[in-house]
Design a protein around this ligand. Sequence first.
Ligand code: ATP
Ligand code: MG
Length: 267
Amino acid sequence: MEDPHPPSPSDPPHPKLRARAVTRTFGRAAGAVHALGPIDLDIAPGEFTCVVGPSGCGKSTLLRIAAGLLRPSSGELGIRTAARRPVAMIFQDYGIYDWKTVQANVRFGLDIQRVPRKEANARAKDWLTRMGLAEFAGAYPTALSGGMRQRVAIARALAVEPEILLMDEPFAALDAQLRTILQDELLTLTQTTRTTTLFITHSLEEAIVLGDRVLVMSARPGRFIAERRPPFPRPRSGQVRAAPEFTALKSELWELLRAEVGTEAAA
Ligand SMILES: Nc1ncnc2c1ncn2[C@@H]1O[C@H](COP(=O)(O)OP(=O)(O)OP(=O)(O)O)[C@@H](O)[C@H]1O
Ligand SMILES: [Mg+2]
């Protein structure tokens, strides 16, 4: 069959993630919920893409399709990774295992990759140290605060040195201070590793600090209705929060989003 969406000359040469006309519907017939799409998306190597949108518009659905956890109802989503480097996902609810120690949680992806135990332990320790959790290696997640659990989830995702990182509101449950700290850490980290990232957030501020671009989604069924590129060169620091352009972009995005939240409330 002929490709209904052949690459156009403006497409990036080899996107790491490429979605074409992706939709997702849950359920059948009268009770069906059209959750997402159609969505077209290209993410270039090393690019940090943020997605904002009203609650229930299909953001997690998109991420789960990208992670291969859910099939699109129509359309295609492809991920291109070199060598054997994996795709890692951080879930909205962290997705860490309460019955495994912190160390075993961080080692989890490495165990799946069959990294030898000694090396896996060393890498897990290293990431726990970077996340300020070294002394909790032997603890169980139930003994940790929300912020610490979240750092375990981040350490676990990054320990596998993923080529693509999919993050679903990873900082949503944290207090403002810790959130800012972790945003800055993630900024430094992704700029060092140039990890291709798709990041979902409710926070416009977070999206502007972190993103090479911010995509705004409509109310359900979620489609992309706008794209903005924060005008801050890389390497970037958290100081951009104080820039006048930052406030201006935040207001502009909020206006776009407010129209969609209004739609949703009226529906
Ligand atoms: N497994 C499922 N079965 C049925 N409906 C689902 C399922 N998963 C999601 N939905 C529905 O699809 C829509 C989009 O859900 P999704 O979780 O993707 O939204 P979201 O944008 O991530 O929302 P939030 O910002 O609140 O996390 C919602 O109406 C939701 O009820
Ligand atoms: Mg969600």
